[in-house]
Design a protein around this ligand. Sequence first.
Ligand SMILES: C[S@@+](CC[C@H](N)C(=O)[O-])C[C@H]1O[C@@H](n2cnc3c(N)ncnc32)[C@H](O)[C@@H]1O
Length: 258
Amino acid sequence: MSDWSPTQYLRYAGHRLRPALDLLAQIPAEAPQSVYDLGCGPGNVTRILAERWAAASVKGLDSSAEMLAKARAERDLPTNVSFETADLHTWSPASQVDVLYSNAALQWLTQHEVLFPRLLNHLRPGGTLAVQMPRNHAAPSHTSMLEAASNVGLLEELRPVMRLHPVAEPAFYYDVLAPLAAKVDIWETTYVQPLEGDNPVVEWTKGSALRPLLDALDERKRAIYQAEYSRLTAAAYPRRTDGRTLLPFRRLFIVATR
Ligand SMILES: C[S@@+](CC[C@H](N)C(=O)[O-])C[C@H]1O[C@@H](n2cnc3c(N)ncnc32)[C@H](O)[C@@H]1O
């Protein structure tokens, strides 16, 4: 995967933070000793985990050098937090842990039928796996990525980096986790996000799902593709009367106790 832009991702830090906190609020652990933030990105959520569980060792893991550099450069980090490079496809802890938390990251990984049971098995009995992933891949913000590629003749070039269905139905995760867990709690929330500026949907997806597609193109093709994607999303997400644009965004939450 191409590397991440912490600056672009953090443009909508407020909207992106809310589901992270909604997930955190449902974790029952009171005094965990070992907490991992899987795909921690710029580390702003890892800090919140460390503040909630001040007596725990809290580690943020990510595969992006740029994201980890941003996370480590933050000032006044709690002393119980640290950051490590890891590829979550292969990562495993040295011993079983209390909390595995992951906000908006596991949708970038494949083979969830293998990944989720593996993560659950890294927990001590009674430990918690808490995951939030976007599940808005049927929304125009995402279907327009495919449509734009088709409209400008870039479908073949972009198809290898397109991830059309990275997150499965809620029942899939229930079926995968329930045989191994004491309790599985799953829910979805659609956040109706008012965004400022000119076609902010493009700015939003440039910080996440659109990024690997833009990175796969040379400068000329990127400009053509982005213009077509912008045209489609501007039509799908018109400005409201107050000048803002609403981006409804559905997210899937999973809290499993081993
Ligand atoms: C959308 S960001 C989420 C960051 C953070 N969790 C938050 O809530 O703000 C997704 C992160 O997952 C990381 N990531 C993607 N694939 C990964 C992998 N295989 N191993 C580790 N991290 C990965 C990316 O580098 C990126 O920082």
